[in-house]
Design a binder for this molecule. Structure first.
Ligand code: S6P
Ligand code: ZN
Length: 182
């Protein structure tokens, strides 16, 4: 019997191995995402808001495969709005996804096709099923890095345009150091 060592290791909320690809999202790449544009312009655009480590074992668009990702979302605010991911729906809209919390705390915003937005609390051990046709965005409401895992179909793709254009119907802001959904 042949025994091999996996090429990818997922340990202590970190993903490593030769096939893992890291992408970095700088604040300057999130122009238009946060409400307070004056506060945004005053900030260092080169600061990292989040990083995604992804293992894509099959080609993007392959039917039947699965992708695995780990997002590291740093703490911070633009004005009083917490750092968050850009957010997207899947290009193949009926494709679902799992997220799970690993470190830190935050909120997962889920917006359905009627623009109704609900929020699920994220914490180490939280598990989130994101149905198809549902826009998803994660907000770091804590003061440490929020790390979460993701698993999605390899033919889901990403559609960022709809969120870039219309945003989510709710925003998460800090009021007296407490997150409020507005
Ligand atoms: C992919 C999955 C995550 C996000 C990541 C960054 O389907 O939902 O890996 O890509 O959390 O968020 P965004 O909105 O910039 O892709
Ligand atoms: Zn997704």
């Amino acid at each position: 019997m042949e025994v091999v060592t996996p090429v990818t290791i997922f340990q202590n909320a970190l993903l490593s191995g030769a096939e893992v690809v890291r992408s970095v999202k700088l604040l300057s790449q999130l122009k238009g995402v946060f409400e307070d544009e004056a506060a945004f312009e005053k900030m260092d655009g080169d600061q990292v808001v989040y990083e995604v480590d992804a293992w894509l074992p099959v080609a993007e668009g392959t039917e039947g495969g699965l992708f695995f990702g780990l997002t590291h979302l740093y703490p911070g605010t633009v004005g009083d709005e917490y750092f968050m991911t850009r957010g997207h729906v899947h290009a193949v809209e009926n494709r679902a996804e799992y997220y799970w919390g690993l470190e830190g705390e935050g909120l997962l915003l889920l917006m359905d096709s009627n623009r109704h937005t609900r929020a699920e609390r994220m914490f180490p051990g939280s598990l989130h099923y994101i149905p198809g046709y549902t826009a998803h965005r994660v907000v770091n409401t804590g003061d440490s890095v929020l790390r979460f895992g993701a698993c999605w179909p390899s033919d889901a793709g990403h559609n960022y345009e709809v969120i870039d254009k219309n945003g989510f119907s709710r925003r998460v802001k800090s009021s007296d150091n407490e997150p409020v959904l507005l």
